[in-house]
Design a protein around this ligand. Sequence first.
Ligand code: N01
Length: 542
Amino acid sequence: MSASFSEIISNPPMLDGVIIGAGFSGLYTLWKLREVGFSVKILELGSAIGGTWYHNRYPGARVDSGIPIYQLSIEKAWSNFEWSEKFPGREEILRYFEHLDKTLDLRKDIEFNTRVVSATFDESLHLWEVKTLSGRSMLTRHLILCVGSCSKKYIPEFSGLNKFRGQLYHSADWPEENVPLRGKHVAVVGTGASGVQIIQEIGPIVDHLTVYQRTPNLALPLRQTKSRDVPFAQRSQYKEAFAKTRTTFGGMDFDFAPKTFSDSTPQQRKSLYESTWAIGGFNFALANYAEIYFDQSANNAVYAFWRDKVRQRVKNEATRDLLAPLVQPHPFGTKRPSLEQSYYEVFNQNNVDLINVKESPILEIIPTGIKTADGRHVEVDVIILATGFDTNTGGILNISIKNGGGTSIAEKWGQRTSTFLGITVSGFPNMFLLYGPQAPTAFSNGPTCIEIQADWMIDLMVDMRSKKRARVEADKQAEDVWVAMVRHVWEISLFRKAESWYQGANIPGKRREPLNFAGGIPAYRKTLNECRDEGYRGLHFK
Ligand code: N01
């Protein structure tokens, strides 16, 4: 560490917390830590707040969790913000972030355009030294990583990528200026949440669209509601909705059906499928039978319903078989289903082609387009790589984080990712992860998971302050128990069967392991609360 103890004492720019990232988790943490009297700063790579919503500006970007629950539950913020749609688009969400900034006075404690390159813990001072790319250094008691679960983009190593003469963008790297697509020949690679939204948005305006699909997205109807037509959420109901999110599997304001699949008659099942389908959003996935994530026969039934609904919408038989195959490509819901409004109809347009890259992978990018293994060349002006992210761990491992013994987080996670409760890491004192690995992250409404984790962490920091404790660190054994729990839930679920980013299967060479806790929000909260109520069992203090 570059500063000596006497320098720190005589020159105290030392903070209680440095937060990395100004998305939902960073902003909520900043506000709440300040409310309880801690000194804290956010360092943010981008030039504005919003996190994933700042960085992901691709055409059609829109949230898949509905209002009122896709916002912070801070009354001062929600009580005077008007949402125009149940599932708002990026512009409206950025307007909301601006509102958060004004209402909560956030910006004064955020440093923008600041890339954190390293964080090193000093064993004797119990402090982190955080360094930025520009060479600045800051001392902080706590290091709080709010870097987002999808912040490190993944670009497949296609040969010839840099020889392409047209425009090439990753979905998370879309330019701020308008990219004219009207009249253009465009290729979209990838049909995850980003790809589905892009395809649906640009299909109707481009001259020609070629979609490269490896795995079909088992997408669900969004069913947008405009507040001018139907008031979809009364403010008087917000508090109840936020409270409900703490009690449901996915942190939504609805939960699985109370009855089981096995106890339901075929007619009751059909009626549940139809009603959840008609409501739209994630209802078909998360207000369905809980067994669909654990029992293959329950899952098969749901898949068959989904398939038949979608197949009716696609005219061409070969395209239909690719988008909604007769045999399920993976258990329904075990890869992230997107929400769509007109995705399937786009493939009925004459200007849209669908290429199956499972059968015929992309061989190379040629100067004028894309060549697949079957020898087909498609000439395009623009290639959009909607190929996803090195999720959950990528954003954290992007920073050189070292503990007092000189061990990096990359070394610590060399054999397996391990955390205690998805929030702390043994061997890395005074460091917290929010919305990261081994938490309900991917399986929950973002703001719900984030607030639960941040509230727990802040209670802990307040407790430490009151007891004059300078350092907290997870116990290795307690961490092992949590990692085993995450794995156990994973192994008994159907999630294990899908080649998903939930378990790191989307990145060639990335180790497969459960990166998300699939036990649901109530079980997660119970574990956090028990830990706190038992005097922070599993944590060591100094
Ligand atoms: O990324 P993805 P994403 N050749 O990994 C394909 C959040 N999000 O950016 O499925 C050809 O899901 C890959 O194929 P396969 C949300 O949590 C939220 O879309 O691996 N194809 C897949 O189709 C989401 O889950 C929102 O077989 C290749 C696609 O690229 C997460 O971000 C909106 C390939 C990647 O899909 C990530 O979504 C957007 C190759 N070599 C994102 N490599 C909302 O809330 C990969 N693919 C609305």
